[in-house]
Design a protein around this ligand. Structure first.
Ligand code: RIB
Length: 301
């Protein structure tokens, strides 16, 4: 019996958000709205999204001993996330500078701060959380050697879910643990490196599976997602049509929902279909964590 449905290992950022008419090109200055500060970061977002859906969730992360760190801790606790694994100090809290345009699309620059100090020894010290968690999820806003240590500390029958964002080439040891690896097209191309990807999502999935993951989920925006398992399963999951206000954090909500439903024993394609509805709900409201739905809201979507 596990104490937690989901352990999220990852980043926590203060999101400094400005809405703009048009995101600036290189060398360009544009004027935007007043600055708004939201709790964010891909790890912290996943933890809040899962907890809001009802998952017993714990976060392993690092924030600074500062006002942004307290904002992030408050947001986790309010959502019901266990913050026993949130370490404080070592560097200022991570910050994300975000511009959002009227279509809801964004551009993000992250200063990792304390996220960059979440070290392999922090993972080893949190061994009891790994033993107590059915599913573990991670992203790549923390050092890669820390993610390597995560896969070395998984409990024997727990499941590992990775959204490699922002993407970088991954060691075989990490790829082999992913079940699933969740990528969009850009992330797929970076992870595949010199391996030929082909020109359809089905061929991308085949190439990625050849690198070692047990399963792959390729998110395709308005085209939904493709689920592919080593066992041969290939399923297209449709998207859910909504009016997008702000896409920030929608991918994190998708990953969290998928991880939670997998932990409940759902087949990957069903979990992905549910996650698509959670991600769709998240784009209909501004901000990241504030936009994540409850299970009840998803049921009415
Ligand atoms: O995925 C969205 C997140 O990316 C934002 O909350 C921001 O902090 C960056 O990490």
């Amino acid at each position: 019996m596990y104490d937690y449905d989901l352990l999220v290992v990852g980043s926590a950022n203060a999101d400094l958000v400005i809405a703009v008419e048009r995101r600036p090109a290189a060398g360009e200055t544009v004027l935007g709205t007043d600055l708004v500060v939201h709790p964010g970061g891909k790890g912290a977002n996943q933890a809040v999204a899962a907890a809001r859906l009802g998952a017993r969730t714990v976060l392993l992360a690092r924030v600074g001993d500062d006002a942004y760190g307290r904002l992030l801790l408050d947001s986790q606790r309010e959502a019901g996330v266990d913050t026993v694994g949130v370490l404080v100090g070592g560097a200022p809290t991570g910050v994300a500078l975000i511009t959002v345009d009227p279509s809801g699309d964004n551009s993000i620059v992250v200063s990792p701060g304390a996220n960059g100090r979440l070290a392999p020894e922090d993972v080893r010290a949190a061994g009891s959380l790994f033993q107590a968690s059915r599913v573990v999820s991670a992203q790549l806003e923390i050092p890669l050697e820390t993610v390597v240590e995560v896969v070395r500390n998984l409990a024997a029958d727990s499941r590992f879910v990775l959204n490699p964002s922002p993407p970088r080439p991954l060691p075989a040891e990490v790829l082999a643990a992913c079940d699933p690896l969740i990528v969009n097209e850009h992330e797929a191309r970076v992870i595949a490196g010199t391996a030929a990807l082909g020109d359809s999502p089905e061929s991308w999935a085949k190439s990625l599976l050849a690198l070692g993951p047990r399963s792959v989920v390729i998110t395709l925006g308005a085209e939904g997602a493709l689920v592919a398992e080593r066992a041969g399963v290939r399923v297209r999951v449709p998207s859910v049509r909504v009016d997008a206000v702000d896409t920030t954090g929608a991918g994190d909500a998708f990953t969290a929902a998928l991880a939670w439903r997998l932990g409940r024993g759902e087949p990957l394609a069903e979990a992905a279909a549910y996650a698509a509805r959670v991600g769709a709900a998240a784009v209909t409201r501004p901000g990241a964590q504030e936009s994540f739905p409850t299970a009840e809201e998803v049921a009415y979507l």
